[in-house]
Design a protein around this ligand. Structure first.
Ligand code: 13P
Ligand code: SF4
Length: 318
């Protein structure tokens, strides 16, 4: 990085910290955001930790550096606070794979089923949901549901199959996927394992079943991070979005993290394991959104009123 770029970052950091104080704002960042965003955040976490933390802070403004559904979850839980997101276009391919009208039609075909939705969904989908889960608590929550409950699980097919396998349930699965996690290359993983014998493989449950079958630890971003801190191992192969490597490397400077590359499909997206939506959060945009107090996340009152119970049920059952 050139001196000029370093100066620019320092200047932006200073301005952001000033505005944060002036406006009584708190900055949240998901582990998949750029390193410089994680470094200015008051709280870094996975989607469950960020939602939980949002309900605990005393602030007028919450800035959610992540993706749109995370901002919506915060707004639903904290309706009296102003929730800002640095870029309104920071969406999520997984959330987009389940439209509320399609879920409503599917529910109508299965009226005896309850709906368990992954947090990576729009507020409208959460409003049609009985209980929300994240990758941190999905097993724990599904385990608490009545044994004879018929369940629709969406939108992540890979997470749903994994939860079916560890809970012995037979949930009806929505066929959605995250474009980052579903593209990790099995061939590359097997090659990395061959080149690094005995090295543990850590994977997010949004990865496809063959990747999970070759992994030693499966968990949310936070669970994977905690494992790298607690483990006595010095090297790990990581199958999740590469943003988490920043926090892993910070927490364990003496350990080595080897990211699994994605399959390279001609004409489809990039050939890296980064979520382009998460990368839309930049220091410039954080500064501008604090200065202008926009873009602001708004959720229709009636949607929020319906969605809040499914999120609160999750928080109680976590
Ligand atoms: P976490 O629940 O692990 O934060 O994952 C959220 C997400 O978007 C994963 O792609
Ligand atoms: Fe959505 Fe995938 Fe990005 Fe997570 S990594 S925010 S699931 S697109």
């Amino acid at each position: 990085m050139s001196l000029e770029e370093q100066d620019k970052i320092l200047d932006l950091r200073f301005k952001i910290l000033e505005l944060k104080k002036q406006k009584n704002a708190v900055i949240f960042a998901h582990y998949y955001t750029r390193p410089e965003i994680q470094d200015i955040a008051d709280f870094i976490g996975d989607s469950l930790a960020l939602a939980q933390q949002a309900t605990r802070v005393q602030a007028d403004i919450l800035v959610m550096c992540g993706v749109h559904f995370m901002g919506e979850t915060m707004k639903i839980l904290c309706p009296d606070k102003k929730v800002l997101i640095p870029d309104m276009n920071a969406g999520c391919s997984l959330a987009d794979s389940c439209r509320a009208e399609d879920l409503a039609a599917f529910k109508a075909q299965h009226p005896d089923h309850m709906v368990v939705s992954y947090v990576n969904t729009s507020a409208d989908v959460k409003a049609l949901t009985d209980v929300v889960v994240t990758s941190s608590n999905a097993k724990k929550i599904v385990d608490q549901l009545p044994k004879d409950a018929k369940i629709i699980f969406g939108p992540d097919y890979n997470l749903g199959s994994y939860i079916n396998s560890v809970t012995g349930r037979d949930m009806l699965l929505w066929n959605g996927a995250c474009h980052v996690h579903s593209r990790f290359s099995l061939e590359a993983l097997l090659q990395l394992k061959k080149e690094n014998p005995g090295v543990e493989v850590l994977a997010h449950p949004e990865c496809k079943a063959p990747i999970l079958a070759h992994s030693d630890v499966i968990g949310s971003t936070k669970a994977l991070l905690e494992h790298t801190i607690q483990s006595s191992a010095k090297r790990f192969i990581i199958a999740t979005e590469s943003g988490i490597l920043h926090e892993m490397q910070k927490a364990c400077p003496d350990k080595e993290f080897i990211p699994v590359p994605p399959e390279v499909t001609e004409g489809i997206g990039c050939s890296c394991n980064e979520c382009e939506y998460m990368r839309m959060n930049t220091l410039e945009k954080v500064y501008a959104c604090l200065r202008d107090e926009q873009p602001e996340i708004k959720v229709k009152k009636e949607t929020a009123e319906k969605a809040v119970s499914s999120i609160q049920r999750m928080l109680q059952m976590s």
